[in-house]
Write a protein that binds this ligand. Structure first.
Ligand code: FES
Ligand code: FES
Length: 239
């Protein structure tokens, strides 16, 4: 049975539009169109099961678990992880599988900085980093910053200057500040460096510290003391 569209198209054609007569606009008569549409419909109808099969196969592939065995080097020690889902974030690998709970999960969206760790000396948001990507790198968490009982300069600064209240953001702040001091030593620039015209060796002013720590949020608003702690670490203990 013809579809309503086909019924309409199969109305008697005027002599001038017969398929044997070239159509004035592109040699494509209504009858030719009806034939082409019929052929296309048949192809589509017979092709559909194949598309459905392909979609099923695609769904089966994408939902199958993908796991991997990997070794992460964290705070100087190797940790083997077996059959880890490849989608696992570095933060979840640290906290859920390796019991390194110093790095905190705040937003899990790269917005708060609570999960900051160092990967080859660079600060990264562990919630946005896949664990598999970190294989082969030197990972440092807040647990690895002290040397035995001797705190790192930034840790000591946080203690000396009361730079925490609830302490939830503190591990991320400390890791971030640790990398910040290295970045500053390398003469890395920030928007404040450009705003103040200090584009060769920017001085680590409070504004530079604030800008460079701006990816780390503190709900308790301990910001003035955090700046003082970072300044003290930079000045060898003097705020
Ligand atoms: S938990 Fe990673 S940025 Fe907030
Ligand atoms: S000290 Fe509480 S969130 Fe920063």
């Amino acid at each position: 049975m013809s579809s309503p569209l086909c019924t309409e198209l199969e109305e008697p054609l005027s002599p001038s539009s017969d398929q044997t007569t070239p159509h004035p606009e592109g040699e494509f008569s209504r009858r030719t169109f009806v034939k082409a549409a019929g052929i296309l419909g048949a192809v589509t109808a017979t092709g559909l099961p194949h598309f459905a099969e392909a979609e099923d196969a695609q769904a089966a592939v994408s939902t199958a678990p993908h796991t991997v065995d990997l070794t992460l080097k964290i705070n100087g020690k190797s940790h083997a992880l077996t059959a880890l889902d490849t989608r696992t974030s570095l933060l979840d690998a640290l906290r859920e599988y390796l019991d390194l709970t110093g790095s905190k999960k705040g937003c899990d969206h790269g917005q708060c900085g609570a999960c900051t760790v160092l990967v080859d000396g660079h600060r990264v948001n562990a919630c946005l980093t896949l664990a598999v990507v970190a294989e082969g790198a030197e990972i440092t968490t807040v647990e690895g910053l002290a040397n035995g009982d001797t705190l790192s300069p930034v840790q000591q600064g946080f203690l000396d200057h009361d730079a925490f209240q609830c302490g939830y953001c503190t591990p991320g702040q400390i890791c971030s500040a640790t990398a910040l001091l290295e970045e500053h030593k390398r003469h890395d620039l920030s928007t404040v460096s450009f705003a103040t015209g200090q584009t060769s060796t920017p001085e680590l002013t409070d504004n530079e510290i604030r800008e460079r720590m701006s990816g780390n949020i503190c709900r308790c608003a301990a910001y003035p003391n955090i700046v003082a702690a970072v300044r003290a670490a930079y000045n060898g203990g003097r705020a």
